[in-house]
Design a protein around this ligand. Structure first.
Ligand SMILES: [Mg+2]
Length: 186
């Protein structure tokens, strides 16, 4: 199977980093569910929201942000029998930190593709991705018909609209089982 994995919020627990930064910088308590754009922007306002995004995505502090539980172990196991590509919407100026985050966790050999402001569709088509795991429902709506869009459940995406084909997975172990099922059907 050719597997695509998102980075922020899927491999790296960006919501924890946002929550911690907002607390440390402005002493504002947000729940994890409120750390997404829809929750945080009205509270912080444009300027502070942008500052928070830059700090949590583009500074070295990001390298200490923990994994989403299970992400590293499952990715290592998937690598043993599948073709895995990290497909992230990070920008040119943000991508090296993501690569370094992966390197420090023993995943420096994984291919990383970044799409910037474009949708991920061209990357999925180029890599002929069979299944892609992401934490943003909107990203998955651009999926090719040949790809299974898998949404990693989080408190901040629970109520967001998703496309009909979306397969919701509770956690990384559930995703690993989905991949096994898809592989057995292929
Ligand atoms: Mg994401």
């Amino acid at each position: 199977m050719r597997i695509g994995l998102d980075f922020d919020g899927t491999l790296m627990d960006i919501a924890l980093a946002k929550q911690a930064y907002i607390k440390a910088t402005w002493d504002i308590d947000l729940t994890i569910a409120e750390t997404g754009r829809a929750g945080a922007l009205p509270v912080l306002g444009e300027e502070r929201y942008h500052q928070m995004v830059v700090a949590t995505h583009r500074t070295e502090a990001m390298l200490d942000t923990p994994e989403v539980p299970g992400a590293l172990d499952v990715t290592e196991r998937l690598l043993a029998s599948h073709d895995v590509v990290v497909i992230t919407a990070r920008l040119d100026e943000e991508i090296e930190l993501a690569r370094e985050w992966l390197r420090r966790r023993g995943l420096g050999g994984v291919r990383v593709v970044h799409t910037g402001w474009e949708t991920k569709r061209a990357a999925w088509e180029e890599h002929r991705t069979d299944v892609h795991l992401d934490d943003t429902p909107l990203v998955l709506t651009h999926h090719p018909d040949t790809m299974v869009p898998a949404l990693l459940h989080t408190p901040y995406n629970a109520s967001l609209e998703r496309c009909a084909a979306t397969r919701s997975v509770e956690d990384w172990l559930t995703f690993e089982r989905l991949v096994a099922t898809l592989a057995s059907e292929a």
